[in-house]
Design a protein around this ligand. Structure first.
Ligand code: MLZ
Length: 471
């Protein structure tokens, strides 16, 4: 299945309005620009916004009220239309055309009402005085804060260690090629170039992704790293003509410290873990190796290749590893090793059969967390199996810290569990704000297209058990 032609300006507004969808609030995304400022942003705020209905040659502005919020997007109504919603329009509050009240005065810009209102009200001055008494507006430093939160500690030419997409049990050295909204396009140092100079293997991740590390991390914690193939010549690629600079730990998000006194994870202990290659599945799993600094290599029971090539590194504080019994306690399906039956599987029996022990509960990061997500909320989320893609998505369900995400228009096969603080989920309007391309739902809302698309996926996956997808 190929994706729809990418659209840069996805019409979130019509999609939300047509179906009455809600969107998660910007304040629920700790890594998102303006997250801390968003508490003050609410329906009823007044802003000065470009007047798109003016016949004048110069840019003029008018006052509008926030009628509805969806992530960064606001449904605005120009002052004067009162209860008439027919001119309402969606606008990204992060865009350069929206300002706090008073901005026009300070910057010598004209406030001119939209043409449809010209004959409507004659004494604008007293009308506005009445309408604006006691009204709130955006914080004055809104755009300054926005600009500040969109500075990133990475730039082209910075070297990092990142998971090898062709062999997830090891890392590989890569160079930052592009930075958009804190997401990095990384090119493996020995990726190779195709006939037209195109990069043969790259990886996208957020700068706070747990899959990315500073240079020397792998050797330090004891993780396997692919030796860079020096015979591969990348020098004709513009990114590789830059002066390189090794990334250092302070450029990365600090992980929660784990205490190993009083016992830590040990090789052979059983747990439940999100399958790194099928992120919609929480599986029976085993600690295969304990690395330094609280990192673990985890294998999924019953489907392991046996050579360690499909082990995956999770930090002990990761949301992706859970104590045995977690799924049952929370009424969500646990994916069992082949040959086991949902009706008869019990953890105590399984531990006995496999002569193993459960990883103790206290070792897991079970901090209770309040978050603002609820089932049905819309957001923009990375398809972690193809991490270049940021897609229109819905929170399907919430379990503790975990959110099950569904990609609109795609089969549930593509659903993924993510942590509520994952840096790979963004508010509605984030792509527009940062200039990242958003993947719209396939089959833009029409039943037929949706059905046939599902059908194609069905054909693709029919027969075989769910195919493993490459990262
Ligand atoms: N190549 C993949 C793209 C899937 C993207 C889905 N994103 C939710 C496929 O066609 O299967």
């Amino acid at each position: 299945i190929s994706l729809l032609p990418a659209s840069s300006g996805y019409d979130w507004g019509s999609y939300l309005k047509k179906h009455g969808y809600l969107a998660a609030s910007v304040s629920s995304f700790r890594h998102a620009p303006l997250c801390a400022q968003w508490e003050d942003i609410e329906v009823g705020l007044r802003v000065e916004v470009l007047n798109a209905h003016s016949a004048l040659m110069t840019k003029v502005y008018w006052i509008a009220t926030i009628i509805r919020l969806a992530g960064y997007k606001a449904l605005l109504r120009y002052e004067g239309f009162e209860n008439d919603d027919s001119h309402d329009f969606w606008c990204n509050l992060g865009s350069a055309e929206v300002h706090p009240i008073g901005w026009c005065a300070v910057n010598s810009k004209l406030l001119v009402p939209p043409q449809a209102l010209h004959n409507h009200i004659t004494d604008w001055k007293s009308y506005l005085m009445k309408r604006l008494v006691g009204a709130c507006t955006l914080p004055v430093d809104f755009h300054v804060k926005l600009a500040e939160s969109m500075k990133y500690p990475f730039r082209q030419g910075v070297r990092v260690e990142v998971v090898d997409r062709s062999l997830v049990s090891r890392t590989r050295t890569a160079v930052v090629d592009t930075v958009i909204g804190g997401r990095l396009r990384l090119i493996y140092e020995d990726a190779g170039l195709g006939p037209t100079g195109e990069v043969l293997s790259d990886f996208w991740c957020h700068m706070w992704s747990p899959l990315m590390h500073p240079i020397n991390w792998s050797v330090r914690v004891g993780h396997l790293i692919k030796e860079t193939d020096k015979s591969v010549d990348m020098s004709s690629h513009p990114t590789f003509r830059k002066v390189f600079c090794d990334s250092v730990p302070r450029q990365f998000k600090k992980l929660r410290t784990v205490y190993v006194e009083g016992g830590f994870f040990e090789e052979g202990m059983k747990l439940e873990a999100i399958d790194p290659l099928n992120l919609g599945n929480i599986c029976v799993a085993t600690v295969r190796k304990v690395l330094l600094d609280g990192y673990l290599m985890v294998g999924i029971d019953g489907v392991e290749m046996g050579d360690g090539s499909d082990w995956f590194c999770y930090h002990a504080s990761s949301h992706a590893i859970l104590p045995p019994g977690y799924c049952q306690n929370n009424d969500i399906p646990l994916t069992l090793p082949p040959g086991y039956d949902q009706a008869t599987f019990t953890w105590p029996k399984y531990l006995e059969e496999t002569r193993s022990v459960a990883a103790p509960r206290r070792l897991f990061n079970s901090d209770p967390v309040g978050h603002g997500f609820a089932p049905g909320m819309k957001l923009e989320a990375v398809d972690l199996m193809e991490p270049r893609l940021v897609c229109v998505a819905t929170v399907q369900c919430c379990v503790g810290r975990l959110l099950l995400l569904h990609f609109d228009g795609w089969e549930s096969e593509f659903d993924q569990w993510v942590d509520c603080e994952s840096p790979d989920i963004y508010p509605v309007g984030w792509c527009e704000l940062t200039g990242y391309q958003l993947q719209p739902p396939i089959g833009p809302g029409t039943e037929n297209v949706l059905k046939s698309a599902n059908f194609i996926i069905f054909l693709r996956t029919k027969g075989a058990s769910k195919p493993k997808q490459k990262m």
